[in-house]
Design a protein. Sequence first.
Length: 349
Amino acid sequence: MMRVAVLVRDGVLPMELGIVHQLFGQAVAAGGGAPLYEVVTCAPEPGPVRTDADFTVLVEHGPEALATAGTVIVPASHEQDERSARLGGPVAAALEAIAPGTRIASICTGAFVLAAAGLLEGRRATTHWRSCARFRELFPGVDLDPDVLYTEDGPVLTSAGEAAGIDLCLHMIRSDHGAAVAGEVARRTVVPPHREGGQAQFVPRPVAEPGASSTGAARAWALGRLDRPLTLRELAARESMSVRTFTRRFREEVGMSPGRWLARQRVERARWLLEETDLPVDRVAAEAGFGTGASLRQHLRAAVGVSPTAYRTVFRGPSAARARGVSGGPGSAAGAREVPGAPVGPGGV
């Protein structure tokens, strides 16, 4: 098991602490096997730690827990984060216990801690959009992106608000163990399995106004038909809208164009098939709606930086000997679910 250490400070947000335990704690090996992570909470000094609610948490572990962690996560503390570009003595000493090469992540304004420790200098990072002006004032040497859900720059990751911490944790689980494990964690938690880091922190109208038509039925319909060309006209017809109205409403509700959204679903479908089946690359391309293996290779490389063969090797090993069939995966009629994720397939959008 990989040890995940959560470093909390007075003023910690309980939701952010709970997110880490909930998500990593539910990650198990395929088939309901052994837990994949051990999650421990630690503080610069063991003992009671105030939250920003009306209760405290009793933390048994001190900085020694950081020394043996494969991943360290720093949630926000609204009491401390935006005060100064310098760390308090106990926090600075705690961070020194982290072994070189350890993956380090922050949630929300926890990015202030990483920046004050020098871990973000020259790196790309994000934090909650309301704190970006203060962050730039304190840390001008950080490449701050105020619009995205999360960033990954080498072994250092940052996320925006509390809910974006869910996306970040699922991203790390997926990077460690693949889409199937992360997807099962998401299902148990009843959250979207994948929102990519580059997605906007918020969109003009994230939820349909009362009485307004939604595009959700069209999205659900499309997810069960990713293997065939789909046109904007078809999608708009599912909601009895004109193409122009549908496109505008889709952008308002999802934060991206129908074509970009659909392309991402196809990449997610292809990734699932590469991880969970022994289908040849050309068949994976057809099932995901890319048409040819060459098209799949182009789009997968653009999305995750590797070829289909390399991706399968990473998550399944060189032999890729498991034969599991294709029913029930993301984007199939049996397993359709909304999984935002990269580029367009041939034909239609």
